[in-house]
Design a protein around this ligand. Structure first.
Ligand SMILES: CC(C)(COP(=O)(O)OP(=O)(O)OC[C@H]1O[C@@H](n2cnc3c(N)ncnc32)[C@H](O)[C@@H]1OP(=O)(O)O)[C@@H](O)C(=O)NCCC(=O)NCCS
Length: 180
C-alpha cells in the first residue's frame, strides 16, 4: 500500500538499512553497485545527497542524487546563461533510478518532479540558476527534453533546466502533488 506517487516517503539514504538495497535494481548495474557500495561514502564526503523513495515497508522504489555544481557560461545558450559570465551556480541531478519492476507507469517522471522540487527548495537558501543532468544515453536525452530540459548548444548528453522553469513546472503540479 502506498500513496498515488508510488512511494510513501522520501528519505536520506542514511535512514535506510543497507541490506534493503541488496535486492534493488534499476536496471543499470553501475547505479545499483554504486548505491550498495559507494553512496554512503559519497554522502559522508559531501559529494552528493542521496534521496530514496520508500514504500511503507521501507523498501526502496526509486532514488535520486543532488549536489552543487557550476557550469561555465560559454557552454550555455543565452537564455540559460541569463547575462552571467564565468561560472554559473547550478544543481546536479547526478543519478536517478526507478526499481526496474515498477518502470513504465509514470514513476520516473514523478521522481524527476520531486527531484526538481527538492532542487528548487534548496535554491531558495543556496542560490542555483540551473538544474543539470547528464543523460546516460541518447534515448534518455529525449526523456529529459520531454520533461522540460534543454540540451547544451554543443549537443551531447548534458542537459539543463532553468530554476525559473522548474518553479513553473512545480507550480503547475500544485502543492498536493508534492505531499506524499
Ligand atoms: C529512466 C527511468 C528513470 C524511467 O522510469 P519510468 O518509471 O519508466 O519513467 P516513466 O514511466 O515516467 O516514463 C516512461 C517513458 O520513458 C521511456 N523510457 C524509459 N527508459 C528509457 C530509456 N532508457 N531510454 C529512452 N526512453 C526511456 C519509456 O519508453 C516511456 O516512454 P512513453 O511514455 O513514451 O511510453 C527508469 O527506466 C530507470 O530508472 N532507468 C535506469 C536508470 C537510468 O537510466 N536513469 C536515468 C539516468 S540519466
Amino acid at each position: 500500500m502506498h500513496s498515488s506517487n508510488g512511494w510513501d516517503h522520501i528519505v536520506p539514504i542514511d535512514n535506510i538499512d543497507r541490506s534493503l538495497f541488496e535486492e534493488f535494481t534499476c536496471g543499470v548495474a553501475q547505479f545499483d553497485t554504486w548505491l550498495l557500495r559507494e553512496s554512503r561514502t559519497a554522502v559522508a564526503r559531501g559529494q552528493c545527497q542521496v534521496h530514496v523513495c520508500i514504500d511503507n515497508t521501507c523498501l526502496p522504489v526509486a532514488f535520486f542524487t543532488l549536489s552543487s555544481t557550476a557550469i561555465n557560461s560559454d557552454d550555455l545558450s543565452g537564455s540559460s546563461r541569463g547575462g552571467i559570465h564565468g561560472q554559473i551556480p547550478a544543481t546536479l541531478l547526478g543519478k536517478l533510478g526507478v526499481r526496474s519492476d515498477l518502470t513504465g507507469r509514470g514513476l520516473g517522471t514523478r521522481v524527476l518532479h520531486h527531484a526538481m522540487q527538492f532542487a528548487l527548495d534548496a535554491s531558495m537558501k543556496v542560490s542555483s540558476r540551473l538544474l543539470v543532468v547528464d543523460a546516460l544515453n541518447d534515448g534518455l536525452v529525449s526523456w529529459y527534453t520531454e520533461r522540460g530540459f534543454i540540451q547544451l548548444p554543443s549537443g551531447g548528453l548534458r542537459l539543463v533546466c532553468k530554476m525559473s522553469k522548474i518553479r513553473n513546472i512545480c507550480n503547475r503540479m500544485g502543492a498536493n502533488y508534492f505531499t506524499v
